[in-house]
Design a protein around this ligand. Structure first.
Ligand code: 13P
Length: 243
């Protein structure tokens, strides 16, 4: 299975910066056959980024979605619009959405099922806060296990195979302190057990950089990376995707 590298550009870049970065990335990525790469720009940059990556190995992802089909939902972006832009992957339940925008497990599950129904691949983000990690790995397993179970509620087995899960310990996000690869391996094995499907793709995220990416990519059961800050730095990105 090819490793999946997903760039979450969050709200870091303007439209023109997104276009410039995409041009550079897609040029260097075309020759790299070992990875599957997904770029998740902001909603406003999806169309232009999509035009640049069209026909290359680089795929398009969205950072979030509104699960309702269409209607009076001010400020939201729906799946029909994402589909028309050839979006293939959609992040759901990112910890910033959960923490800052108060998204619940129930809403995350609704989004995930809507993404599947629309024929796209959801990337379900899960991970524990620092306060849970300090209570030990058994507590972490329980916390993350609940997120996984409720996030995937009502999803058929065949659709679980198309679902990606990203384990991102919240304390590791943007902190410069990634998880230990051996702890992440433990968590990936646990998540795989909770999902009940061996082939489910599970990514690691949280302060991934050119320095530690190799260790995560080589670790058993880690099928790829979800990268924030380092993914908007061309030097870091090149180093990671050319490992
Ligand atoms: P950083 O790589 O900046 O820690 O962010 C991780 C993340 O939130 C990706 O979704």
């Amino acid at each position: 299975m090819k490793k999946l590298i997903v760039a979450n550009w969050k709200m870091y870049l303007t439209l023109s910066q997104s276009v410039t970065l995409t041009k550079r990335i897609s040029k260097s990525q075309i020759t790299n056959h070992k990875l599957r790469v997904v770029l998740c720009p902001s909603f406003v940059a999806l169309e232009e980024v999509g035009k640049i990556v069209h026909g290359t190995r680089v795929k398009l992802g969205a950072q979030d979605v509104e699960p309702e089909k269409r209607g009076a939902f001010t400020g939201e972006v729906g799946l029909d619009d994402l589909a028309s832009l050839q979006v293939e992957y959609v992040l759901v339940g990112h910890s910033e959405r959960r923490r800052i925008f108060h998204e619940t497990d129930a809403l995350v599950n609704e989004k995930l099922r809507a993404v599947i129904k629309a024929g796209m691949r959801p990337i379900l983000c899960v991970g524990e806060p620092h306060g849970v990690r300090t209570q030990g790995m058994a507590k972490v397993r329980r916390y993350v296990g609940t997120q996984v179970k409720t996030g995937l509620r009502g999803v058929a087995k065949k659709d679980l195979r198309r679902t990606v899960i990203a384990y991102e310990p919240i304390w590791a996000i943007g902190s410069g302190k990634s998880d230990m690869p051996e702890d992440a391996v433990q968590m990936h094995a646990w998540i795989r057990k909770v999902v009940g499907i061996k082939s489910v793709r599970i990514l690691y995220g949280g302060s991934v950089s050119a320095k530690n990416a190799r260790a995560f990519l080589r670790a058993p059961g880690i099928d790829g990376l979800l990268i924030g800050k380092a993914s908007v730095n061309l030097g870091q990105w090149r180093a990671i995707t050319h490992l």
